[in-house]
Write a protein that binds this ligand. Structure first.
Ligand code: KG4
Ligand code: ZN
Length: 343
């Protein structure tokens, strides 16, 4: 039997990126993202400014997504949107827009969990991307989350470990801030690290009560003290050694992440290993994970670069799976700033 062709418009507005995508079944026809440069001046996302920027961006971003896909809104079968987790003001913009559009077009509304979307981004364009089989492990590493998950089906997620304080993206961004780099600093640390020595400085590994949990707040403080100590000896320490500091910090973080992943493989006995989320754009984590194929016999899954940081295509793929199960939202569906991975 020929598969019915479904067109879904998806909207992402959980933090500081306004995204809209059109999917034809599991295939992306367009994936538009408008970032918000305004936050760089503040050293982090300012929630009120983020909500206002979403209000400004959402209509042109959706328009562009439809135009690029060559799809008229009357051809859509459903509207998917990020329900949570995220910043309430930001989520409300996408939620209200999606709800109004679904009512106007008389088509289903599909609420999507942002964390599930990061993981299921691996199933976008399954014929082209290398998608994992079930069960697989996924380390979701982003600005708000750090989790190791066992995924047994499109809608079955088990948390094997997670951060007990800061997310790994925060460790990158806060270190960057200490180094005088603008927000978000993760990509800049990655860039400067390419020219530095990863073994120039060492930082002690954080300890956690549970073997698969993470902790990054102590790590961040250790870097602060290290920089203060070195700057006392030489006020230009950061300027002179920026590349080496970035390379060493990044290398330490990647080591922490990989050690946890190795433990998770040992404990679960599953060696299909994926990464997801904004930090999975990092070049060192991508190459180190890949090297585990030869070193430890894992099969690894690294998402296409454009599906790592926040984007609407990943919301659309979850929307598509939920559409097939007729798992729709209702008129009173609301945005939820805190949402569990299975929520
Ligand atoms: O998934 P994401 O776009 O948003 C959240 O849901 O949090 O992740 C954003 C995080 C930021 O902390 C950013 O600095 C980090 O991902 N990030 C990176 C890189 N690209 C983005 N961190 C390290 N290296 C990168 N190349
Ligand atoms: Zn995200």
């Amino acid at each position: 039997m020929k598969k019915k062709t479904i067109h879904i418009l998806s909207i992402e507005s959980s933090c500081d990126d306004t995204g809209a995508a059109v999917l034809e079944n599991n295939r992306v026809l367009s994936n538009i993202i408008a970032g918000q440069k305004i936050h760089a001046a503040y050293g982090g996302v300012v929630p009120e400014l983020a909500s206002r920027a979403h209000q400004q961006n959402i209509v042109p971003v959706v328009d562009q997504a439809l135009k690029k896909a060559g799809i008229d809104k009357t051809q859509l079968q459903a509207i998917a949107f990020t329900q949570g987790p995220g910043l309430m003001g930001s989520l409300l913009v996408g939620t209200s827009f999606a709800k109004s559009m679904s009512i106007a077009l008389e088509i289903p509304l599909i609420p999507v969990n942002h964390m599930q979307a990061h993981v299921l981004a691996h199933f976008i364009d399954e014929e082209v991307q290398n998608s994992p089989p079930f069960p697989f492990l996924c380390m979701t590493i982003s600005g708000g989350h750090t989790q190791i998950l066992k995924i047994t089906a499109y809608n079955e997620f088990e948390i094997l470990g997670e951060t007990i304080d800061d997310a790994v993206g925060e460790a990158f961004d806060k270190t960057a801030k200490l180094l005088g780099l603008p927000y978000p600093g993760g990509p800049l640390i990655d860039k400067y690290a390419k020219q530095g020595n990863p073994k120039a400085y060492t930082f002690s590994k954080p300890k956690t009560p549970k073997p698969l949990d993470f902790s990054f707040s102590g790590f961040k403080t250790a870097i602060l003290y290290f920089l203060q100590k070195e700057q006392k000896k030489d006020p230009d320490f950061i300027k002179k050694n920026l590349n080496d500091i970035c390379a060493s910090v990044q290398h330490s973080i990647v080591n922490i992440l990989m050690n946890k992943m190795k433990k998770a493989v040992e404990i679960s006995g599953i060696n299909h290993v994926a990464i997801a989320g904004g930090v999975s754009a990092n070049s060192e984590i991508r190459s180190t994970l890949k090297s585990m194929e030869n070193e430890l016999g894992w099969t690894t899954y690294i998402p296409k670069f454009e599906y790592t940081t926040d984007n609407a295509a990943m919301i659309g793929i979850v929307g598509y799976f939920k559409y097939l199960k007729e798992d729709f939202g209702k008129e009173d569906t609301t945005a939820t700033s805190r949402l569990d991975i299975n929520g």
